[in-house]
Design a protein around this ligand. Structure first.
Ligand SMILES: [Fe+2]
Length: 202
């Protein structure tokens, strides 16, 4: 089977929310680095790519203990960036009603959901991501992960994420993480989030 690859972007630019330089560095340097390093480590362990990366993340016992830290770090980096780049858009999209109903059920309203998500992302210490996830009972929750940890390692299915590592926003927003979060929330493609949601509910 083929090695894991970066997803192709559906957009050339996310200006003015994400400046082109940041998007280019983030996609071509950071995301590539995690992807290449993951493939290198897996090949060194004679991995034959029989599973999806998501499956691998849910079954970390497949990975030899000796190599686990390095592989999990890069696998998380690969999966988290894949979701981040996937759920962004430069087109105007509407949130599908069934997903909106679920969000209303767990968070009260879309604006309360947005507020809670942004406040979690603001609280995150150091580097990491904020995620909308499904828990084992198909309930929606907002969680933070440090560094390149991914929700799969903790029994959650990530369906949306915002990268809050400084490399995601610092060139344009410098220390103003709040402004980055407010702006990027407007370019989340909730039709894609809903697709992942449908594929993930049990
Ligand atoms: Fe990143």
């Amino acid at each position: 089977m083929k090695e894991y690859e970066r997803i192709k972007l559906n957009y050339n630019s996310l200006e003015p929310v994400i400046d082109d330089k940041t998007l280019n560095l983030h996609y071509n340097i950071h995301y590539r680095k995690y992807t290449d390093e993951l493939n290198k480590l897996l090949k060194e362990n004679n991995y034959n790519y029989e599973h999806t990366p998501e499956y691998l993340a849910k079954h970390i016992d497949i990975i030899p203990i000796k190599e686990r830290n390095e592989i999990l770090y890069n696998l998380g980096g690969y999966l988290n960036h894949t979701l981040y780049f996937y759920n962004l858009t430069n087109k105007k999209t509407e949130i599908p009603i069934p997903l909106l109903d679920e969000i209303n059920k767990y968070f009260g309203s879309f604006s309360e959901f947005k507020q809670e998500f942004i406040s979690m992302a603001k609280e995150l210490k150091g580097s990491g991501y904020t995620f909308l996830v499904l828990d084992k009972n198909n309930k929606l929750r907002i969680i933070n992960m440090s560094n390149q940890d991914t929700p799969y390692y903790y029994g959650f299915i990530p369906i949306m994420t915002i990268d809050v590592w400084e490399h995601s926003y610092y060139l344009k927003y410098t220390y103003n993480r709040q402004e980055y979060l407010n702006n990027i929330f407007n370019i989340i493609d909730f039709t894609k989030v809903y697709q992942i949601y449908l594929n993930s509910i049990k």
